[in-house]
Design a protein around this ligand. Structure first.
Ligand SMILES: [Zn+2]
Ligand SMILES: [Zn+2]
Ligand SMILES: [Zn+2]
Ligand SMILES: [Zn+2]
Length: 112
């Protein structure tokens, strides 16, 4: 029996629809994009998140180019995620997040 499979939006690999990350490219949210701050589903190309109103494009801290708020910079490929400093959490968080989406701990945003 064929299981329900759907292509990963990042690499195109057909993977199980219940998968929480793509086994081929390792991206989380393989079937769509989510706001990194409030986890509301978002469309690439939208300007702001409908859930929290944050801009969905930002400047990469590594190369300074504009990029969609996904896990990696579209221009240079640098990771835009930082591990939560809470040792019992450690979930990757978007570098601009002010608090952890998993445990709620306040994060330093990397801005002065
Ligand atoms: Zn993939
Ligand atoms: Zn949001
Ligand atoms: Zn970059
Ligand atoms: Zn956390």
């Amino acid at each position: 029996m064929a299981s329900y499979r759907q292509p990963c939006v990042h690499c195109g690999e057909f993977i199980d629809r219940s998968a929480r990350l793509c086994p081929r490219c390792g991206r989380r949210s393989p079937f769509g994009f989510f706001c990194p701050t409030c986890l509301h589903p978002v469309e690439k190309g939208s300007v702001v998140c409908a859930g929290c109103g944050r801009p969905l494009y930002t400047l990469c801290p590594a190369c300074g180019a504009g990029t969609f708020v996904e896990e990696q910079c579209e221009a240079c490929g640098a990771s835009l995620m930082r591990p939560c400093p809470n040792p019992r959490c450690g979930q990757p968080q978007f570098f601009e997040n002010q608090k952890c989406t998993a445990c709620g701990k306040k994060l330093h945003t990397g801005r002065p």
